[in-house]
Design a protein around this ligand. Structure first.
Ligand code: BEZ
Length: 256
């Protein structure tokens, strides 16, 4: 994960947000890691997907911006290598055959810098396989939180807090960075959140950047107001759903 100012609660992440890793399994199929490959897991979180890549026989290294995530990943998988690094500005000693990134790149508001770093980290012929929030991601969820903020008299954040590009915009950036776009998909993926408190757990885990102007002792009331507003659209069949829209990418560093 990668976002200055975002506090990561690794316990809450592993306890209630395992869907992040579960959906990452699809991405792993697309990556199709092979024994002998060297793969970077960019934004490895607590390391579960990194471990699944390692199980394929590839050599894998996990990188995360958050020290707490790196520490937890090392505790979860002491046999694997993890390091702290910024997705928008990192260098590697020896280049990789592939870079994988799951549910991370919407946290980084400087995508050109991410793509330059990824491109430099790949061998010629290497592939960049990523999935993150695309245009329209959490439109209902964030509108509900913003409406709750307004109803209680709190200001929204002054600037965008996440990056959810359209496929056209992201393809342009990939090509400008030197990649050939082999696959670019933009699709809805309503995501069931864990349990009756799924929405409040999601806000506690990920919503901090939207709540910067809410004092800590007012957050519970804000969350309740958001739940009231969002229940008609995001609660069904006994569960909360986040209105995720994904961008899935396979891009190649063409040889030569
Ligand atoms: C996402 O996975 O789409 C997401 C997660 C946290 C904040 C914003 C978006």
């Amino acid at each position: 994960m990668s976002e200055a100012g975002q506090q990561w609660d690794t316990g809450l992440y592993d306890a209630h947000h395992s869907f992040v890793t579960r959906y990452g399994a699809d991405l792993l199929n697309l990556l199709n890691p092979q024994p002998g490959e060297r793969i970077l897991d960019l934004g490895c979180g607590t390391g579960h997907l990194t471990q699944q890549i390692a199980a394929s026989g590839a050599t894998v290294v996990g990188m995360d911006h958050a020290a707490a995530m790196v520490e937890q990943a090392r505790a979860n998988y002491p046999e694997l290598t993890f390091f702290q690094g910024d997705a928008a500005n990192f260098q590697v000693e020896s280049p990789f055959t592939a870079v994988l990134s799951n549910a991370v790149l919407h946290w980084v508001l400087t995508p050109e810098q991410v793509l330059a770093s990824v491109y430099a980290a790949l061998l010629p012929g290497g592939r960049f396989v990523a999935e993150f929030g695309g245009q329209g991601n959490i439109a209902l969820l964030s509108a509900g939180i913003l409406a709750a903020l307004d109803s209680l008299g709190y200001s929204p954040p002054a600037r965008p807090v996440w990056y959810f590009p359209s496929p056209a915009a992201y393809a342009t950036l990939l090509e400008a960075a030197g990649f050939r776009v082999a696959l670019l998909a933009h699709f809805d993926r309503p995501t069931r959140l864990d349990g009756e408190h799924g929405l409040r757990n999601w806000i506690a885990m990920f919503g901090g950047p939207l709540l910067v102007n809410v004092p800590p002792d007012a957050r519970a009331a804000l969350v309740e107001a958001a739940e009231r507003r969002l229940r008609p659209t995001l609660y069904r069949d006994g569960a909360w759903y986040a209105d995720y829209v994904r961008l899935r990418v396979v891009a190649l560093k063409t040889a030569g």
